[in-house]
Design a protein around this ligand. Structure first.
Ligand SMILES: [Zn+2]
Length: 156
């Protein structure tokens, strides 16, 4: 809190506003219900350029000193929030990279085994086909391979 802001809290308009909030709360802390503790009026949020008394009833809350202190422990400045987000994102990005690296390794292996399995199945199927169909299929495969090679040569 800047010293300029602390200065604004001495303004009679704030003095009146905080008494309104305290009165509406029946002179008790709304958190712990303490009625025998010094009371503060806490801003639930801060708006740039707004005077302390320029806040709606539901943006202000009557708290005892202890509860007020606890409340402020959870309040972060904009810079702190950005820093938290930044570090969380950096951590998440690192985890994602690790995961991706492990996944790639896994899929390389999986696909390797998968293709090997497909090759074996294909071979078996060829062997089980009637001779004529097998010949036709082998011819088709050879033709496809030839075209693929030609295409690769044209491209490279
Ligand atoms: Zn309290």
């Amino acid at each position: 809190m800047s010293s300029k802001y602390a200065e604004r809290l001495k303004h009679p308009k704030w003095q009146r506003r905080r008494l309104q909030i305290m009165s509406a709360a029946d002179w008790k802390c709304v958190r712990c219900q303490a009625a025998d503790q010094p009371l503060n009026v806490h801003h639930k949020l801060y708006r740039d350029g707004a005077e302390p008394w320029e806040y709606a009833d539901d943006e202000l809350v009557c708290l005892c000193e202890q509860c007020h202190e606890n409340e402020h422990r959870d309040v972060f400045t904009r810079a702190e929030v950005l820093k938290l987000i930044e570090s969380a994102l950096a951590g998440a990005a690192k985890k994602f990279d690790d995961l991706l690296a492990r996944n790639n390794e896994f899929y390389d292996r999986l696909f390797g085994e998968h293709f090997e399995l497909l090759r074996v199945v294909d071979e078996l199927r060829l062997k089980l086909l009637p001779a004529e169909e097998r010949k036709a299929l082998e011819a088709h495969k050879a033709e496809t391979l030839k075209r693929m090679r030609e295409h690769t040569q044209r491209v490279s």
